[in-house]
Design a protein around this ligand. Structure first.
Ligand code: PLP
Length: 472
């Protein structure tokens, strides 16, 4: 056999596998020309969040709410019980979370940040510290709005895009212990632990780490709350990489991991395979009573939390589908296929390849563009110009400003995220994406950075506007 036209399996030295689903309904995509894309990008202020989705060809902005639901989930929508109180779909959702994640008490919310808001308000006394394994934008925003001070206690390897550490999401327990001893356990609101750390490139936390974290927190009487948004994907990496877990199912690993925590918040728009929804789950009854009371003010009654009955039904069914081993393997396999192509072409990406996305390392991609000229934002703009592919900045724009000094926060990681929606695109789309990244890489030296011309106060990456610096 020649080296040409190798199947995916052959490239990886194994038999090929394919997606464990077939397509029943299709959604046409828009194809555009460069002049059209230039105009659309200018109108969007060089911010991919401000593009119209109709102008996008392959949409890799996010894996949030962009999932393709199964025929079972669509059928479930028809079983929506839209009663104001006590909808049967709530009880179905409650049971699915209790069975799959193992927590006792459930509060539905309209999406993840609704849950972050409730937990932050209930658990943080102003001035308290909230240590976590790297920040996430909305999570930290809610912690800060509640008066908390977020402290990053992730291992140093997480900030190095070239480190091949298998569990770059791990908490540095020495850093955490030093913080607790310095500020006192009473001044720590809780540990904010994320499964597959988004901002680090979708990197997992090991079971050994969460177990030791539990022991440490028990010594100091501190609770652990888990951002379970992509915890199913985290379970896959434990199954693959951690001794003793190869023969355990994703479902078993997920439940064991959650058992070391006191509760979780969830953006169901990711792992739970729906387009909208979230939830909060806790094990302490007093906290639950407080949350159940607060949800009525901010989201809706405690048996719908801002969701339609049909949406809760789709989440309940999605939870069961999300933990199927075949599904998770195909999902992460697709992300890796794309990442591996880019690695073979020596395009700088975060390694190891994470769970939900391939993260381009814009710092190395555009070594000549300083961080205050937004290399990752520039790369997202250039990709759209080249092919109509939409990606997202995860660098200095996303990091925002330090609330005390007002200066930009300069994160070590300056990344552009190619996020893969679940069950939406095929392997041929991955090839088109890879070739577009290569085309942009090939002209990198002629590319100039951006300047920010409008900056909103909160979560600026969503609505900021930019202009190119000079002419190309
Ligand atoms: C890790 C993580 N946590 C929380 C959230 C917030 O969830 P939502 O977008 O549903 O409000 C997100 C969504 O982007 C996320 O990726």
């Amino acid at each position: 056999m020649t080296d040409h036209f190798r199947t995916m399996g052959q490239q990886f030295g194994r038999r090929s596998w394919a997606e464990p689903w077939k397509i029943k309904m299709v959604e046409p995509l828009t194809m555009t020309d460069p002049a059209y894309r230039q105009k659309a990008l200018q109108e969007a202020g060089y911010n991919t969040f401000l593009l119209r989705s109709d102008d996008v060809y392959i949409d890799l902005l996010t894996d949030s709410g962009t999932n393709a639901m199964s025929d079972r989930q669509w059928a479930g929508l028809m079983l929506g019980d839209e009663a104001y109180a006590g909808s049967r779909n709530f009880y179905h959702l409650e049971e699915a979370i209790q069975t799959t994640y193992g927590y006792k008490y459930i509060v539905p919310t309209h999406q993840g940040r609704g849950a972050e808001h409730l937990l932050s308000q209930a658990m943080i006394t102003p001035g308290q510290y909230v240590p976590g394994n790297m920040y996430f934008t909305t999570t930290r925003q809610h912690q800060e709005l509640a008066g908390g001070i977020f402290v990053d206690v992730i291992i140093d390897e997480a900030h190095d895009p070239q480190s091949l550490h298998p569990f770059k999401g791990d908490v540095d327990l020495d850093k955490l212990q030093a913080l607790i001893e310095r500020v006192g356990a009473a001044n720590v609101a809780y540990i904010s632990l994320a499964g597959t750390v988004n901002m680090a490139g979708g990197q997992p936390v090991s079971m050994a780490n969460v177990r030791r974290l539990r022991e440490l927190c028990d010594r100091f009487g501190i609770r652990i709350y888990l951002d379970a948004t992509r915890m199913v994907e985290n379970a896959f990496f434990i199954q693959e990489r951690e001794p003793g877990y190869a023969d355990k199912s994703i479902a078993q690993i997920l439940k064991e991991f959650c058992s070391y925590t006191d509760g979780a918040w969830m953006s169901a728009k990711k792992d739970n395979l729906v387009n909208i929804g979230g939830w909060l789950a806790v094990n302490h009854s007093d906290l639950f009573e407080q949350l159940r009371n607060m949800v009525v003010i901010f989201e809706g009654l405690h048996t719908y939390g801002g969701l339609a009955g049909r949406d809760m039904e789709a989440i309940a069914i999605g939870i069961g589908e999300a933990v199927q081993d075949d599904h998770v393997r195909a999902r992460i396999g697709q992300v890796r296929y794309l990442g591996q192509l880019l690695l073979d072409w020596e395009i700088p990406i975060v390694q190891p390849i994470g769970g939900h996305a391939v993260f381009l390392d814009a710092r190395r991609f555009y070594a000549h563009i300083p961080q205050d000229q937004f290399p990752a934002q520039t790369l997202a703009a250039e990709l759209f110009l080249d092919s109509g592919i939409r990606s997202m900045e995860r660098g200095v724009v996303s990091a925002g400003r330090d609330p005390k000094t007002g200066d930009h926060r300069y994160p070590k990681l300056e990344l552009t995220r190619l996020t893969i929606p679940r069950r939406v695109y095929t392997q041929a789309h991955m090839d088109v994406i890879a070739e577009s990244v290569k085309a942009v890489y090939d002209i990198r030296e002629q590319t100039r950075g951006l300047k920010m011309v409008f900056e909103p106060k909160f979560l600026r990456f969503f609505q900021a506007r930019f202009e190119p610096i000079g002419e190309k």
